[in-house]
Design a protein. Structure first.
Length: 306
């Protein structure tokens, strides 16, 4: 591995790479020696419409800098369409080594006003979309006995957020997807990890500032560019991360966190078994002090990004 070229010769697919964090990852992958498929349908934040210009612009920028990249405009949300994304890597560059599942849309609404379409659209793009790309890449990874998946999750799912039941559920679902892929495919030397990024993008810019505290947080987040999230993604795609799999990271500007995963906190038992009354009289007081509060991301990360 040449210094500064951590993914030299690897072929990487980055979904949702026409803008924001996906574009930053695609550019750094290319700068670090990878051949990149820049996938983006060019839809609005809500997942409507299409525009080939964003992906083409990223490809042009990579090529101008001396890198190698191609555009792809297929949707991750449909199984057959996602197959074309992975196949484009094989057709253009002869193999596939890493998939970065970054594509996503927003349909924010307070839960009692969320529509079925709000739910279905977000879950289909992010959770099913990640399954789709991974499943098609898995055939290649298994045959070559190598490969890496990097999934962009969110603290909206890991911690919680207002008005993002669909988004948070899909993003936390990606964590379960990643961990179980890591378990199933470890025999083939295939790794799978998650990153919960923080950055000022068109997605975060769409969230309204309803009070002075929210406005202050937004002003601070505007200093955190998408590029801060790319180095970890490149590392996880590289052979230097060969021992890293099944993990969940978060990035906030110059901070990297290893996030916890669900494990038992405390247990109690009754020799004679449980009744509903016993749950109220024994279980509740014994465990209540260990309950998690209804934290949101800003409660868990109350300090400005460093």
């Amino acid at each position: 591995m040449t210094q500064g070229r951590m993914v030299e010769g690897k072929v990487v697919v980055v979904t949702g790479a026409g803008r924001g964090i996906g574009a930053a990852i695609a550019k750094l992958m290319a700068q670090q020696g990878a051949k990149v498929v820049v996938n983006d349908i060019g839809a609005t934040l809500a997942g409507e419409g299409g525009d080939q210009a964003p992906a083409d612009e990223v490809v042009a920028e990579i090529r101008k800098a001396g890198g190698d990249a191609v555009s792809n405009f297929d949707s991750v949300a449909e199984f057959a369409s996602a197959a074309k994304i992975i196949q484009s890597a094989v057709d253009c560059f002869g193999r596939i080594d890493c998939v970065v599942n970054n594509a996503g849309i927003l349909r924010d609404a307070i839960f009692h006003k969320m529509t079925e379409d709000d739910w279905d659209s977000v879950v289909k793009v992010m959770l099913k979309g990640a399954f789709n790309t991974c499943r098609h890449a898995a055939d290649h990874f298994r045959r070559q006995e190598s490969g890496s998946f990097v999934h962009m999750t969110s603290t909206s799912g890991l911690v919680g957020a207002m008005g993002q039941v669909n988004y948070g559920a899909a993003k936390l679902g990606m964590v379960g997807l990643s961990k179980n892929i890591a378990i199933d495919m470890q025999r083939f030397n295939v790794r799978s990890n998650c990153i919960a990024p923080v950055a000022w993008t068109r997605m975060t810019a769409s969230i309204p500032s309803k009070d002075p505290a929210a406005k202050k947080r937004i002003e601070q987040r505007m200093q955190v560019t998408p590029e801060h999230n790319a180095p970890l993604a490149v590392f996880l795609a590289s052979d230097a991360a060969r021992e890293v799999t099944g993990q969940v990271f978060s990035v906030r500007r110059n901070e990297i966190f290893l996030m916890s995963q669900s494990r038992p906190l405390r247990s109690i038992h009754r020799a004679g078994g449980w009744t509903p009354d016993a749950c109220a009289e024994h279980m509740l007081p014994a465990l209540k002090s260990w309950f998690f509060p209804l934290d949101k991301t800003a409660d868990v990360f109350p300090w400005d990004s460093i």
